[in-house]
Design a protein around this ligand. Structure first.
Ligand SMILES: [Zn+2]
Length: 289
């Protein structure tokens, strides 16, 4: 079975506010155990968390071995103040503050650094990307600082230009990567960037009535095309579902992501092998220094 290369154990796949309430005072161990059990039941023995600011993933890592799970966490994600990322992490304003956060992750025993370089798709309107992306220079410096401290970098990034820039800046994995284009895919392949599309987040929302299906279908179609291009270009692809996000349950999420990949690339004989190779790279790189 595949591992889950992008999850947020603190979220419950239904209600973000409730999740915050549940863990606000202290990580709720009962809920963490329920989610870990969900992975165990699906034979998922590797989970890479995308972080949270309530230290829930940090606690999960301590308990995970009881469930036979190798758990990795960045502790919290890091975003620039005024930009997207507050839901899973902490903010910096200056590079000095960023460096201090990276060192805090190190002191707390984090396995890698998670950064946010762009917003998310705005499902409420036309599916465009919210907010403004960080500049190439900023991202490059952030990656450099994290690498200097011996960490790999997991980057939440959407949009063709931002994906190109993050890959050029040397991030080790790109998460989501919605709206990538041919050039962005080519650069990821050249740079050896691991791409975790988390496409099931979009697929699971279709037909549920919460957002416009027209917008969702358009993102799903573009995602399918890009994943095919990524496969053809030799990008290191890995499965991650963003489990914990709305309608993406822990455990089941990664099966859903695998189903999406089979639907998109099912005719490729080496698909499983390719995805396991991407995951293997993640396991090697995204570990405590
Ligand atoms: Zn995430």
């Amino acid at each position: 079975m595949f591992g889950e290369n992008h999850a947020h154990i603190f979220m419950n796949a239904l209600d973000y506010r409730q999740a915050v309430k549940d863990h606000e005072k202290a990580p709720d161990e009962k809920l963490i155990r329920e989610h870990l059990k969900a992975y165990q039941e699906k034979n998922v023995s590797f989970v890479r968390d995308g972080g949270d600011y309530l230290r829930v993933s940090q606690r999960a890592r301590e308990i995970a071995p009881e469930y036979g799970i190798d758990y990795r966490t960045p502790v919290f994600a890091i975003h620039k103040k005024g930009h997207y990322g507050g839901i899973v992490g902490r903010a910096f304003e200056t590079m000095k503050e960023y460096t201090a956060l990276v060192r805090e992750v190190k002191r707390e025993g984090g396995d890698f650094i998670k950064i946010m370089t762009t917003g998310i798709m705005d499902f409420d309107t036309d599916g465009s990307i919210t907010g403004t992306a960080l500049s190439f220079e900023e991202v490059r410096e952030m990656v450099h600082i994290a690498h200097e401290e011996g960490f790999s970098v997991m980057s939440h990034t959407n949009g063709a230009k931002a994906v190109k820039e993050a890959a050029m800046a040397g991030v080790d994995s790109i998460e989501h990567g919605n709206y990538a284009d041919e050039e962005a895919v080519k650069i990821m392949a050249e740079q050896g960037t691991i791409w975790v599309p988390t496409i099931t987040v979009v697929k699971n929302l279709i037909g549920k009535g919460r957002f416009s299906d027209q917008v969702l279908l358009q993102i799903w179609e573009k995602g399918k095309t890009n994943i095919r291009k990524g496969y053809e270009a030799g990008v290191e692809l890995a499965l991650g579902s963003d489990a914990g996000a709305y309608l993406v349950p822990h455990g089941q999420g990664i099966l859903d992501e695998w189903a999406c990949f089979k639907e998109i690339l099912g005719d490729k004989e080496d698909l499983k092998e390719r995805l396991l190779r991407g995951e293997c790279l993640i396991r090697e790189k995204f570990r405590k220094v």
